[in-house]
Ligand binder design. Sequence first.
Ligand SMILES: Nc1nc2c(c(=O)[nH]1)N[C@H]1C(S)=C(S)[C@@H](COP(=O)(O)OP(=O)(O)OC[C@H]3O[C@@H](n4cnc5c(N)ncnc54)[C@H](O)[C@@H]3O)O[C@H]1N2
Ligand code: MOO
Length: 392
Amino acid sequence: MITVEEAKQLISENVSALKPVTLPLDQLAGHVLAKDIYAAYDIPAFKQSSMDGYAFRFEENLEVLTLIGEMAAGTSHSFEVKPGETSRIFTGAPLPDGADTVVMQEKIEKLENKIIVNDSQISIGTNVREKGTEIKAGALAMQAGDLIGPAAIGFLAGIGVTEAKVFPMPSIAIIVTGNELQQPGSTLKFGQVYESNSYSLSAALKHEGITQIESLWVSDDLKLLTATLNKALNQNDVVLLTGGVSVGDYDFVIEAAKNCGIDQIFHKVKQKPGKPLFFGTKNEKLIFGLPGNPSSVLSCYYNYVLPAIKTLSHKQNSVKTLQAKLTAGYQKPAGLTHFLKGIYKNDQATPLNAQESYRLSSFAQSNCLICLKENQQSFAPGETVDIMLLPH
Ligand SMILES: Nc1nc2c(c(=O)[nH]1)N[C@H]1C(S)=C(S)[C@@H](COP(=O)(O)OP(=O)(O)OC[C@H]3O[C@@H](n4cnc5c(N)ncnc54)[C@H](O)[C@@H]3O)O[C@H]1N2
Ligand code: MOO
């Protein structure tokens, strides 16, 4: 059995970013750029007003101007403003030819067709957005490696970009195994349990912006599981299986993986929960066999699956590890790293009750996993431990 650190190392050695794709602007959010973007145009594309007011050609001591026309936002015509003349202008409108300055309408007095400028602060260029001041044609707009957030989407739209080359999000199949599983909403018969793993996993994946997710259920049958796994592998970048990865007579994941030509990278990690975790690859595809207990599934997801998925999309791991002081002591046997569901607040971590891997009630309340070292048995109150902050 390998250690948690060895398992994480093996995954990172076997995962690299997916091949970049070109996506349209409205699908770029949440992706990392794979190629630099250069501006095609000067933006603003013309000299424009940043205020509602009056545009004129600035000259010292020029206070009375003659109104000769109007420039509204979106106008396609222009005219010339000579010294001593002015044009009514609105925010975003092009300056008329010859004008270089705008006075806000709050800072003038109007007498018929004359404008008196009452602005002691005004100087040449006041309230004017010069052409190309946001970006110049040919300049670097965004760099490969930049994460595209909402502001970046707006920026790219604003400079006329319609598509970009990015690292894609993986498509992911979730295969839940187990004859006992029933859908929430049905009445449980003796021996049945509600299926929850596909729900927690797909919620976690959607939280990452992943949209191509399919959930499949397979009974405990090697042939069926092999066929479903094969199909899922053909159609997806990642396959997450839950259950059937341990040593029971109806645990077929390891054998099905072999049947599908998956290379086993590891099976079983010195950890609780999630000891029977399986990880394999087939060409560039990743296969995680997550131990069926609902809490083991999520604990393995945050420790192993999420970092791998982030790497596929060329992103940083979003689970931050930091240190905190335990508010209570804890005892465990040596030999396995324990991940306790906990609450992190004010630099302190409190382990919750209900740590058993079949239970999710504590996970549902937690905001961190407290990592207790493999070979340490006793943890004192106030002792500093590593914690993983869970994305919320
Ligand atoms: N003799 C041994 N038995 C077990 C060992 C072991 O080392 N020796 N390891 C235990 C540990 S630790 C875990 S974790 C489980 C993992 O077993 P499997 O991955 O084979 O999972 P299953 O047996 O199929 O299910 C375990 C548990 O989880 C429930 N489950 C499964 N899928 C779902 C689902 N989609 N939604 C809700 N609940 C689910 C299932 O009913 C079982 O109760 O093995 C231990 N045994
Ligand atoms: O490792 Mo299992 O997930 O403890 O029950």
